[in-house]
Design a protein. Structure first.
Length: 191
């Protein structure tokens, strides 16, 4: 067990993820699973860990962050406050479908929610998650990782709405994503 923990720590250091910024434990996603039963195992994919490290570095945020698999069959990610740390849930289908630049943009978007205060407990109690908060996180991620990557993410998310089970969910998602694309300043041509 000590050898495995040492190997994980060394791998994290090689990837540039400081132990204070990334939680290393036996089941780092356990606490997140208590809040959301869709959360699975900790993600160890080097592409995802590198994107998380890049997002933390660009944000200047110094917090513990755990990246966990989110078990739903759509392109999505989320971030939640766990008190002394945060977890990012990201779906396997998103990891498989997105380029490295798009992964950085997605993780940048999720980290931007933290930086912008959208995941503070007091904010969560007084505000609903709205398109304007998603747009603000899109904009900050685009500043860190480029507008083309964030625009590509939003277009792929919009195309993926066909997987949503209800027509009303599909319509609502398309309206929100169109607003986010427009706010980011993306051209609708070729989308």
């Amino acid at each position: 067990m000590r050898g495995l923990l040492l190997l994980i720590t060394v791998a994290g250091l090689l990837l540039g993820v400081a132990p204070s910024a990334y939680a290393v434990s036996r089941d780092a996603c356990r606490e997140a699973r208590l809040h959301d039963n869709r959360i699975g195992r900790e993600i160890t994919n080097p592409r995802v860990l590198e994107a998380a490290r890049d997002a933390l570095q660009m944000s200047g945020l110094e917090t513990r962050l755990v990246v966990c698999e989110l078990s739903i069959p759509v392109l999505t990610a989320t971030v939640e406050n766990l008190g002394a740390s945060y977890y990012v849930g990201i779906t396997k289908v998103l990891i498989e479908s997105f380029s490295d630049a798009e992964l950085r943009a997605v993780l940048g978007h999720e980290i931007a929610h933290i930086v912008l205060g959208h995941r503070a407990p007091s904010f969560e109690l007084t505000h609903s998650r709205a398109t304007e908060y998603e747009q603000a996180a899109d904009g900050l991620s685009a500043k860190w990782f480029g507008k083309p990557a964030m625009s590509s993410v939003l277009r792929k998310l919009r195309a993926d709405t066909r997987r949503l089970p209800k027509a009303s969910q599909r319509r609502q998602s398309v309206v929100e994503l169109n607003a986010r694309i427009k706010a980011l300043g993306s051209s609708e041509k070729g989308i």
